[in-house]
Write a protein that binds this ligand. Structure first.
Ligand code: OFO
Length: 172
């Protein structure tokens, strides 16, 4: 069972994950517009992952007998200076999400909510991977440059990213 405070905070995190999905969908559209299909693919995979994060929390709140309360999703940016700008904004956003997950863990500890603490560990680990991926691509853009041949190569490389849907853990 969730406390009201925990329930509210988890609902808030669903909104943040939905915003993340929206933001990356917007970056995907922008990448398509400027002729970067690999970046468009990468951000669309990211969009799918964010929807998965939102649904994971949604299912958890329901499983705990909590109440889902959806809120409006903020409008994301729709234009970006270049590929580097998109990834710097992505990293900054993921750092914000990491902080938000850490605050949820702090609250779960304060509330002595062991189930939610365990549930959130998946997100703590996921954020290490998310920030790591962004740092890697930023390093590549710094190294190879974010125009001409270098950009073309990175676009090709990240265009190979494939979305792997989660296996259904809920089969009893
Ligand atoms: Fe990008 O990890 Fe969820 O938001």
């Amino acid at each position: 069972m969730l406390s009201k405070k925990m329930e509210e905070a988890l609902n808030g995190q669903i909104n943040k994950e939905m915003y993340s999905a929206y933001l990356y969908m917007s970056m995907s559209a922008h990448s398509t517009n400027v002729g970067l299909p690999g970046f468009a693919n990468w951000f669309m995979v990211q969009y799918n992952e964010e929807m998965e994060h939102a649904m994971k929390i949604y299912d958890y709140v329901n499983d705990q007998g909590g109440k889902i309360k959806l809120k409006a999703i903020d409008e994301p940016l729709s234009t970006f200076k270049d590929a580097m700008d998109m990834f710097q904004k992505t990293l900054k956003h993921e750092q914000f999400i990491t902080k938000s997950i850490n605050e949820l863990v702090d609250l779960a500890i304060k509330e002595k909510d062991h189930a939610t603490q365990i549930f959130l560990q998946w997100f703590v680990t996921e954020q290490i991977e998310e920030e790591g991926n962004d740092n890697d691509i930023i390093a590549k853009l710094e190294l190879a440059g974010d125009k001409g041949n270098g950009l073309f190569m990175i676009d090709k490389e990240i265009g190979a990213r494939v979305y792997a849907p989660p296996v259904d853990e809920k089969q009893d």
